[in-house]
Design a protein around this ligand. Structure first.
Ligand code: HEC
Length: 130
């Protein structure tokens, strides 16, 4: 079992942004305050978290509206679609305001965690197995 986990880690490390993510990890990133904290603004039937947000659209069935690449593009740089978006650009490091020097040049999420979020949100469809 341990060797299987190591192998998965190596694959995720060597294949870049379009690797197959882990939907279960993606659900954790979606909720976690120290990672995506997407529930600050979004809700999803796919996670069991209190106080889910409503500043952004309900993402329960986003997998029916957007394909994986479209979901990824919105996480990486939402201002590409709406210059006034309040959603953080989770992978963009330039063109930002008032960045703490300690965080300059560092994206909010790793590519692996973005892959995991894409896997989680892509499976968010009506009747999806949970
Ligand atoms: C500060 C609030 C905020 C946070 C935090 C946030 N979003 Fe958003 N998000 C929005 C808003 C508002 C929109 C609607 C489009 C726009 O204004 O950019 C949106 C749109 C989206 C969309 C497109 C939905 C559609 O139906 O078109 C996706 C996908 C998305 N967000 C994913 C995420 C993920 C994943 C995270 C966490 C990593 C996240 N968002 C964190 C506010 C937020």
């Amino acid at each position: 079992m341990a060797s299987k986990l190591v192998a998965v880690g190596v694959i995720a490390w060597t294949i870049s942004a379009n690797a197959e993510g882990d939907a279960a990890v993606g659900a954790e990133v979606f909720v976690s305050r120290s990672l995506g904290h997407c529930v600050l603004c979004h809700r999803s039937d796919g996670v069991d978290a209190p106080f889910q947000g409503n500043l952004g659209p309900d993402l329960s069935r986003v997998g029916e509206r957007l394909d994986a690449d479209q979901i990824r593009a919105r996480i990486v740089d939402p201002q590409r679609f709406n210059p006034n978006s309040i959603m953080p650009a989770y992978r963009r490091t330039s063109g930002l305001n008032d960045v703490d020097p300690a965080f300059a040049g560092k994206p909010i999420l790793s590519t692996t965690h973005v892959d995991d979020l894409v896997a989680f949100l892509s499976r968010e469809r009506l009747g999806a197995l949970r």
